[in-house]
Ligand binder design. Sequence first.
Ligand code: ZN
Length: 328
Amino acid sequence: MSEVPNKVAVTQPSNDLDAFCIILKSSKCPGILTGAGLSAASGITTYRGTNGQWLTTNPMEVASLQAFQDNPGRVWAYYHPKRDQCMEAKPNAAHYALASLSLPSIRAQIFPNLVQKDKPPLYVTQNFDGLCRRALDETLDKASSPEDQLDADERNEVHARLVEMHGSCYRFTCTQCKCVKTTAETPLAPIFTDQAAIERAKNGEERIAVEQLPRCGGPEWSGSNRYGRCGGLLRPGIVWFGEIPEGQGEITRILTKVDVLLVVGTSSLVHPAATYATTVKKNGGTVAVFNLAPSQGDDKADFVFYGPCEETVPALLERARQMVVGTE
Ligand SMILES: [Zn+2]
């Protein structure tokens, strides 16, 4: 324990829900960081869990720019079925609970002391499954109270607060003209309906010709070289190993003001959770971890709530909504 930075960290983290709710009530600028554990209940395989996909796949062979340049078909063969899995999955109760913070009526109950009352908390996710965004959209669409009816600008504001730092399975970039596309279409090329071929390509037994892979302008591309229809090879719009995560400037700018950080479904030891938590703690803020099981480094958090986050996160926010704190 030689690196204990201050007296707060010496004590064991608390699991007192009411005590944490009181801190939420006083927060001026809360922030959220979510990881793979958030989507576990939606059936998305986590990377490092017991059945983690990196146990069977070498990440460098499918999740780096070098891998894509060496054998784009193999990367696509790994990635396209994964994308289908993400699109078939549904957001769970934890996604919806966090998304409810985009509604002004809920936010006013849980965070009555926000400095920017019209802005939802900074919401950073490491997941590229698109479930955080889908939960946000569904929540905004279903909002019934008049104060929660957001106009187009306000909806954009909500979306802008969500940073998908590792990209999204709905996005693609053309390797040639660099245009960015967003689509929920599947399959992205006819080859992906041939499961046997995809399996062989994934195992490195057979190469898929570049012409058969998703291309800028779609399968009906007919020789145009215009921006967005240039026929170039598309790459998944996700951030690979060795690439710079998205939204880093925005995250850094807001993080220095964050006074309560909720770390949901990710080990608090590894980057970025560890880095964010350190920044928030340095500024005198509070860090709370919501994860299925203890992980190394949790002892540096102020609060830990173990259990499935689709239970612990909705329970926290419901409790915070009900709690009435006396005016000071
Ligand atoms: Zn292009």
